[in-house]
Design a protein around this ligand. Structure first.
Ligand SMILES: [Zn+2]
Length: 273
């Protein structure tokens, strides 16, 4: 039962958000039909299979090796177990922030991550829509996190479960009362905060990279909250019609070398030369 509950919780969370985000939508929809949902679920299914398939040959052996040889930062520090768990959780979340920024900065990684940003709308199904290539690369990154940070498997599992719920929540199109969001956003990534990250404007995409705790954007001054959702156009520049974002286009995009896929650079950064 314990092993099954994350999937049950995950299924219930997606199902519940899917219903409530339609009752209280935050942003107007561009592509309201079932085609988009089917596309996101198909991309999500491939992503889920890839994650499960890379867990066994990539992450699990690295976790075993790190445990047997006592490798990684947190195993070397003489810390009480509770502190080790808290620090492990924070370091996993912080390094994911760094990985997400790299996905936006590095042309090779952006080709894959752009498929997630290609969606013309943002809702709970976007939280499932990651290219299988991005998740295969992420498995390699996860193995590096486990090895270098020295987090134990219980901490990793706890963080992954909370992260998954957070990803579905902050991608949702649920209009929370503004004062509720104002109370949550100092700690957690919220739908309005992450909506800004999915904007077609580069100065908005290059903000709000956090995935669970919102602190990392505050720490690195990449937090942007002063953008009304009505002014945000969701997507990637150059991919504005439904023909640009079909299932076939989305899956083939990383391998095509599309000239429209340049990592988003803000005008200020362009001036730095
Ligand atoms: Zn992103």
């Amino acid at each position: 039962m314990w092993k099954k509950w994350p999937w049950l919780a995950f299924g219930l969370a997606v199902g519940a958000l899917y219903v409530v985000e339609r009752l209280r939508p935050l942003r107007a929809r561009k592509e309201p039909g079932p085609a988009r949902i089917g596309r996101n679920l198909t991309i999500g299914l491939l992503a889920g299979v890839t994650t499960a398939a890379s867990e066994w040959p990539v992450v699990a052996p690295v976790q075993r090796l790190a445990e047997q040889r006592r490798l990684g930062l947190l195993r070397w520090l003489p810390l009480p177990r509770a502190l080790r768990i808290v620090l492990g959780f924070l370091l996993l979340d912080y390094t994911l922030y760094v990985w997400h920024r790299l996905n936006h900065r590095t042309p090779f990684l952006w080709r894959f991550h752009a498929v997630h940003h290609l969606d013309l709308d943002l809702d709970s199904t976007t939280g499932l829509r990651f290219h299988f290539g991005e998740l295969a690369l992420a498995a390699g990154f996860r193995a590096a996190q486990v090895l270098l940070l020295g987090v134990d498997r219980d901490t990793l599992r706890l963080w992954q479960q909370m992260l998954t719920l957070s990803v579905i929540f902050h991608h949702s199109n649920l209009e929370l009362p503004i004062d509720v969001e104002r109370r949550l956003v100092p700690f957690l990534v919220t739908p309005r905060m992450h909506g800004i990250h999915h904007s077609t404007r580069s100065e908005e995409t290059n903000a709000n990279y956090s995935s669970l705790l919102s602190w990392w954007d505050r720490l690195h001054r990449s937090l942007r909250l002063n953008v009304p959702q009505a002014s945000v156009t969701i997507g990637v520049p150059g991919f504005s019609s439904t023909d640009d974002v079909t299932l076939a286009t989305s899956l083939a995009l990383p391998f095509r070398g599309d000239p429209r896929l340049r990592p988003p650079v803000t005008p200020v950064e362009l001036g730095k030369g």
